[in-house]
Each structure stands twice: as structure tokens, then as C-alpha cells.
Design a protein around this ligand. Structure first.
Ligand code: NAD
Length: 352
């Protein structure tokens, strides 16, 4: 049931899986397997068309290649996108069919949770294939929801970014968080514990209420969060929020958040730099979850995973130093370093 479609962002391969009985309509994009199996989460979302879903999968898979490479993981980059079926559907059947699709790829793709999918969904996938992570942790081994690890990496990176750009600790900062789902709410808790003031926005009013009660966060409207009077903007919802128009309205001097593909186009990194905003590239700072997923899949210890997450600020500072040295925006420096790591790692694997 797999077939190839047009290559969009030069992924190695793109696979479409459709199964009428379960309602599965999935795209799995393998951007690169140069460093190892293509790893990246599975997103369940509404897409207007199959082309939109494929484009999203390709863009996200490319981001995963760069994220995994810069995090020093022996993994390539991939992503699965499932179009949410219309009307009612059997979730177990849907994810069982998705698990069969992952199995068909024979270990070239490793899946885990992403927006719209849960640990329970990955357990269903596990019934069909072993190429899945983000399963409930067993004993002291890594596993479970990767979101707290993603939040931890973003939090540590934010500390480093605030020190560099604002010369302040997070306890003296106001942080505007866009999206308080799995990662955003965990990040809010960590920032609150560090003494930061918070402003939050989410289309889910109950999620906003929970975080406000737990942290004393102020709330902003969906459009107001970008212009909120904050030192730091943390995009933790969906991608593409930083564009020509929104950057002109942004009041924060640091952008550091979990969302993938925050820049609508690469030039937005330069737009941010021109406005004096320190942009912490998304895939550099949000790798904590995939590090924990990799540890689970590859059999590393929790201590090893934690140490790699704790090194997130060091990786961010290396990117920022490279940007300064080369006179380029931080997103450009990150891409350059990631591509170099993929090329070097790919050569080393071929030589081995
Ligand atoms: P989630 O679905 O749990 O949370 C996303 C939240 O954003 C939801 O509460 C949703 O209502 C809200 N939202 C959607 N559109 C919004 C808008 N326009 N304005 C404000 N809020 C909006 O997802 P998550 O797991 O917390 O992931 C958040 C982001 O971080 C995603 O972009 C995801 O790809 C990225 N990410 C997540 C992980 C992880 O470990 N979960 C790892 C790396 C990157």
C-alpha cells in the first residue's frame, strides 16, 4: 500500500499509506538516513489536502534530520503525518494501521508521539512494530511522554539566552508562552519555579485556566500573546508563527520555545536579528524529547539521556557563537552546523 510521491524538500523518500477500513491517510517522510534510522514523531492533524499533509511531513522531517544531527544522535530525520478522519473513528484501529505502515518501512523509520498523539497511541503502534518509542517507562529505563524532557531543554536554553541577550536570570524576566499543551504547561511550571512572570495564551480555555491557577500566569488573547509586554516569547503551539508581519509586532527580545518550524521562511531569522531579537533556533532547543526517545529506542540509560538534555544550552551557545563569527542569523548558523554534522557522520558511517 506504499507508493512514492513528488519530492518536495529533497527527502530521501516519501511514503503515502491509505487504508479505508481504519481511515488511515498517512504520509511518512524520510528526509535523511545518513546518520541512522529516520526518527521523528507522528502528528495527527486536520489537513485540507493530501498535498498539505505531505508538505508538512517533508518540512518536519527535514527539521528532524537537523535536530537529531545537532543533538549528536545516531539517527536520521523523519516524520509521520496522519490526516484526522472525518466524523467518528476507532482510534485503536487507526493506530494499528499506522503501526503496520511503520513496520512496512522495515526499521528505516522510528516513530513516537507528536501533536495530537499520545503514549496510548504508541502502545497500539507497538503491537504492530518495534520501531516505536515514547512508550511507558519500564523501571529506571527512559520512556514515556517526551514532553517534560522537551520542556527541560527549552527551559535550560532560555536561561542561557536570557543571560546572553538580556544579562538577566529568568527570575527577573516576563515570559509569554503561546500554547500551554504538553510542553508549554510543563515549561510554565519550570519558569514559575524559577521565579519568572508568565503570560499565557491557548485556544483551549481549560488549559489556560489550569496553568493560570498553578502559576499565577496572566492571560492574553490568541493574537495578543505576540505583542504582550514580555522579555521572552516562547512559541509552544504550532509552527510558522514568526513571519514578516508578526516579527514587526513582537516586543520580546528573546524567542525561545518548543514549537517546530517557528519561522515561516528562513529570512525571518534575519528579520529577527535585524530587530535585535535573539532567536534560539527551534530544533536546537527542543531536542530534549527526541533525546529521551532515542535513549529509549537505543537502550541508553536515563542518566545518559539526562546529561544530553542538560547540554542543550551549550549547543545553543555554540550555534550563537557560530552565527556571530560568520555574520549570519542564528537559524542559518544552525542549518550550516547540522548539514556539516550530517555530511561528516554520513561519511564516517560509509567508511566504517
Ligand atoms: P500539544 O498539542 O500538547 O499542545 C499544543 C497546544 O497549543 C494546545 O494546547 C493547543 O490548544 C495550542 N494551540 C494551538 N494553536 C494555537 C494558537 N494559535 N495559539 C495558542 N495556542 C494554540 O503539543 P505539544 O506536545 O505541547 O507540542 C507543542 C509544540 O512543540 C509543537 O509544535 C510540537 O511539534 C513541538 N514539539 C513538541 C515536542 C514534545 O516532546 N511534545 C518535542 C519537540 C517539539
Amino acid at each position: 500500500m506504499a507508493f512514492e510521491i513528488d519530492r518536495q524538500l529533497s527527502p530521501e523518500s516519501v511514503h503515502v499509506f491509505r487504508d479505508e477500513a481504519s481511515g488511515l491517510d498517512a504520509v511518512i517522510a524520510l528526509h535523511s538516513t545518513a546518520l541512522g534510522p529516520a526518527a521523528g514523531g507522528c502528528r495527527l492533524w486536520q489537513y485540507a489536502s493530501g498535498e498539505d499533509a505531505a508538505a508538512d511531513a517533508c518540512r518536519l522531517a527535514e527539521g528532524m534530520s537537523y535536530k537529531n544531527a545537532l543533538a549528536g544522535l545516531p539517527l536520521g530525520g523523519g516524520k509521520a503525518v496522519l490526516r484526522r478522519p472525518e466524523g467518528t473513528y476507532d482510534r485503536r484501529k487507526l493506530f494499528a494501521a499506522f503501526g503496520q505502515a511503520v513496520r512496512e518501512l522495515g526499521g528505516r523509520y522510528v516513530t513516537a508521539e507528536d501533536v495530537g498523539t499520545s503514549v496510548a497511541d504508541m502502545e497500539t503502534v507497538r503491537d504492530e512494530t518495534r520501531h516505536v518509542a515514547g512508550l511507558p517507562a519500564r523501571g529506571a529505563a527512559p520512556g514515556g511522554d517526551p514532553s517534560p524532557w522537551t520542556a527541560r531543554g527549552v527551559f535550560l536554553a532560555m536561561q542561557a539566552a536570557a543571560a546572553r541577550r538580556l544579562d538577566r536570570g529568568l527570575g527577573e524576566c516576563t515570559v509569554a508562552i503561546q500554547g500551554v499543551g504538553h510542553v508549554g504547561s510543563a515549561l510554565a511550571g519550570m519558569l514559575h519555579a524559577a521565579g519568572a512572570k508568565l503570560i499565557v495564551a491557548d485556544m483551549d480555555a481549560a488549559a489556560v485556566a489550569r496553568v493560570s491557577v498553578a502559576t499565577g500566569a496572566q492571560t492574553a488573547s490568541l493574537s495578543g500573546i505576540l505583542t504582550a509586554n514580555a522579555d521572552i516569547f516562547a512559541p509552544c503551539a504550532l509552527g510558522g508563527v514568526l513571519n514578516h508581519a508578526s516579527i514587526a509586532r513582537l516586543s520580546a527580545k528573546v524567542v525561545c520555545g518548543a514549537a517546530n518550524n517557528q519561522l515561516a521562511e528562513p529570512e525571518d531569522g534575519t528579520r529577527l536579528a535585524d530587530r535585535g531579537v535573539l532567536y534560539a533556533p527551534d530544533y536546537v532547543v527542543n531536542a530534549g524529547g527526541i533525546i529521551n526517545v532515542a535513549a529509549e529506542y537505543l537502550g541508553w540509560s536515563q542518566a545518559e539521556a539526562a546529561a544530553r538534555v542538560e547540554a542543550t544550552p551549550a549547543r545553543l551557545l555554540a550555534v550563537l557563537d557560530q552565527a556571530r563569527a560568520r555574520g549570519v542569523a542564528s537559524n542559518v548558523a544552525a542549518d550550516q552546523l547540522a548539514r556539516a554534522a550530517i555530511a561528516a557522520g554520513g561519511m564516517a558511517r560509509r567508511a566504517a
